[in-house]
Design a protein around this ligand. Structure first.
Ligand code: UD1
Length: 418
C-alpha cells in the first residue's frame, strides 16, 4: 500500500513556490461550463481533486487537457447533464457543478457529494438558494433531479450562514440568470473573490465579492478567458508550520500574505520571526516554540477550519497549553488520536481540544483520516524523533501537490513507498 516513510528531525530550510489554490481551482473548473469558448487556467495545482473535476467536465462532453499547471477546457460541446455517481462521491466540491450545470443545461441529475468525513455536511442552503432562483428538485433513490420549469432568474437571497459552497453555487447560477441577484450573508473567502474575478474576466457582472453582500447582474453569456489561479493559503500555512516545527528557516514565494492574516500572528506568538513582503514570507523558527492561547475556527477572515489540524500539530510541540475550538465542522478532530500515538498530549472535549505541549514527538505508524488531518501527521512525522509510517496518503494528495518533493527540496527526509 502506498505510504510515506518519514525520518524525522531534519531542519527544513529553503524556498517553496506555493501551489495554486485547490479551493479556487475546483469552483473555477465548474464555472468553465458557462463559457462559450475555450478557457485556459494557469497555476492550476496537480491534485487528485482537480483530476476528478476534469473528469466530470469530460463526462459532460467538454474537451479538457492538462499540461503542467495549465488546464484548458473547451466547453463548446457540453451534451450531458448527469454526473456519474462515483465522481460526485469522490469529493465535496462536486456539489458546485449543480449551479453551473443548471445554468448551462437547464437541468441536472446528481447524487449527494462525498469528500472528507468531517461530520454532517448538509446542502440545504445550496438547494434553498437555487430554489429561490427558479430551480425545482425531486429526490429519487438518493439522486437529486433538478430542473427549471422556466429560466433561472435573479433573486434576493439571504444565507443564514456564510457557506462557501452555497455562495459559489449562487454566483454560478446568477451570473447568466435573468435579472439581478443580491446575495446577503455571502462567504468572504479569497477563493470566492477568485471565482468572481474569473467570472468577471469572462464577461460576468459581479460586484462586492469579498464583502457581506454580493450583487450579480445577469448577462446573456460568458466568453472563455485566460486566467491565473491565486496561491493556496492553506498549503502556504502548512509549509510555514513545517518550518516552525522543525526549527527551520523557510521562504514562501508566490504567496498572498494578506490572505493569511488570521494565521501569521499565531506563528509570531509561537515565537517565530516573520518577514512579510508583497508576495513572499520568510519564517525563522525559535529554539523552543511557545503556546498561542485559544484558536477558534471561523468563516473568513477568521481562523480557517482547514488550518486547524496543522496548527494543532504545531501546538503539540509548544511550551504551554493551546486550546482549539472548532466552530465550522462537528467531527474535525480525527487527527487527535493519531497525534497522541506519536506522543502528543491532547484531549477533545465536545467542540474543543486542549493541547498540552510536549518537548518531542516520536515516530510510529499512523493513518491519515482526512486531507488536513493527514497533512498534520506528515508535519508531526517531520518533527518527530525516529521513523513515521504514514498510510492512507491519498487524502493528502487531494490537496497538496507532490508534498514529498517539496519537503525533500527543503532537506526533509520523506519517501513515497509504493
Ligand atoms: C468549508 C469551509 C471552507 C473550506 C472547506 C473545505 C468555512 C466557512 N467553509 O467550505 O473554508 O475550504 O470547508 O474544508 O470555513 N452548512 C449547512 N448547510 C449547507 C451548507 C453548509 O448547514 O447547505 C454548514 C456546514 O455543515 C458547516 C458550515 O455550514 O457547518 C460550513 O459549510 P460550507 O462553508 O458550506 O462548507 P464548504 O463549502 O465545504
Amino acid at each position: 500500500m502506498e505510504h510515506y516513510l518519514i525520518h524525522g528531525g531534519n531542519r527544513l530550510c529553503g524556498n517553496v513556490v506555493v501551489q495554486g489554490a485547490k479551493n479556487s481551482a475546483l469552483p473555477i473548473l465548474a464555472a468553465t461550463l458557462l463559457c462559450r469558448s475555450t478557457v485556459e487556467l494557469h497555476n492550476c495545482p496537480r491534485l487528485s481533486d482537480v483530476k476528478v473535476s476534469c473528469d466530470i467536465l469530460r463526462s459532460l462532453g467538454c474537451k479538457v487537457t492538462q499540461e503542467d499547471d495549465i488546464v484548458t477546457v473547451d466547453p463548446h460541446d457540453t451534451v450531458n447533464c448527469q454526473i456519474p455517481e462515483a465522481m460526485m462521491r469522490a469529493m465535496r466540491s462536486s456539489i458546485i457543478f449543480l449551479g453551473a450545470l443548471l445554468a448551462r443545461a437547464g437541468s441536472c441529475t446528481i447524487c449527494l457529494p462525498g469528500g472528507c468525513d468531517l461530520g454532517a455536511r448538509p446542502i440545504d442552503l445550496h438547494l434553498s438558494a437555487l430554489r429561490q432562483m427558479g430551480m425545482r428538485v425531486r429526490e429519487t433513490h438518493g439522486r437529486l433531479c433538478c430542473d427549471l420549469p422556466d429560466r433561472l432568474h435573479g433573486a434576493k437571497i439571504v444565507l443564514q450562514f456564510p457557506s462557501v459552497g452555497a455562495t459559489e453555487n449562487v454566483l454560478l447560477a446568477a451570473v447568466c440568470a435573468d435579472g439581478e441577484t443580491e446575495l446577503v450573508g455571502a462567504a468572504q473567502e479569497p477563493e470566492i473573490v477568485d471565482l468572481a474575478s474569473f467570472l468577471s474576466a469572462c464577461g460576468g457582472k459581479i460586484y462586492g465579492a469579498g464583502e457581506n453582500t454580493i450583487r450579480i447582474v445577469g448577462v446573456p453569456r460568458l466568453q472563455g478567458a485566460l486566467y491565473t489561479i491565486i496561491p493556496d493559503r492553506i498549503a502556504a500555512a502548512t509549509y510555514l508550520c513545517a518550518g516552525a516545527m522543525t526549527g527551520g528557516d523557510i521562504q514562501l514565494r508566490c504567496v498572498v500574505p494578506q490572505n493569511l492574516s488570521a494565521v501569521l500572528p499565531l506563528l509570531e506568538e509561537a515565537g517565530c520571526t516573520l518577514k512579510v513582503k508583497r508576495n513572499s514570507i520568510l519564517l525563522r523558527a525559535p529554539r523552543r516554540l511557545k503556546s498561542f492561547g485559544t484558536v477558534r475556527t471561523m468563516p473568513y477572515p477568521g481562523f480557517p477550519t482547514d488550518a486547524q489540524a496543522i496548527f494543532m500539530a504545531l501546538a503539540s510541540l509548544c511550551n504551554g497549553t493551546t486550546i482549539f475550538v472548532e466552530n465550522i465542522f462537528e467531527n474535525r478532530f480525527r487527527h487527535v488520536s493519531e497525534l497522541c500515538r506519536m506522543g502528543a498530549n491532547m484531549k477533545v472535549v465536545g467542540r474543543a481540544a486542549v493541547v498540552q505541549g510536549v518537548p518531542c514527538l516520536s515516530g510510529t505508524h499512523v493513518e491519515a483520516m482526512d486531507l488536513r488531518g493527514g497533512a498534520a501527521l506528515m508535519l508531526a512525522g517531520l518533527a518527530a524523533q525516529g521513523d513515521t509510517v504514514l498510510t492512507e496518503i491519498s487524502h493528502i494528495l487531494r490537496g497538496y501537490e507532490a508534498p514529498d518533493q517539496v519537503i525533500r527540496s527543503l532537506g526533509g527526509d520523506i519517501r513515497l513507498i509504493m
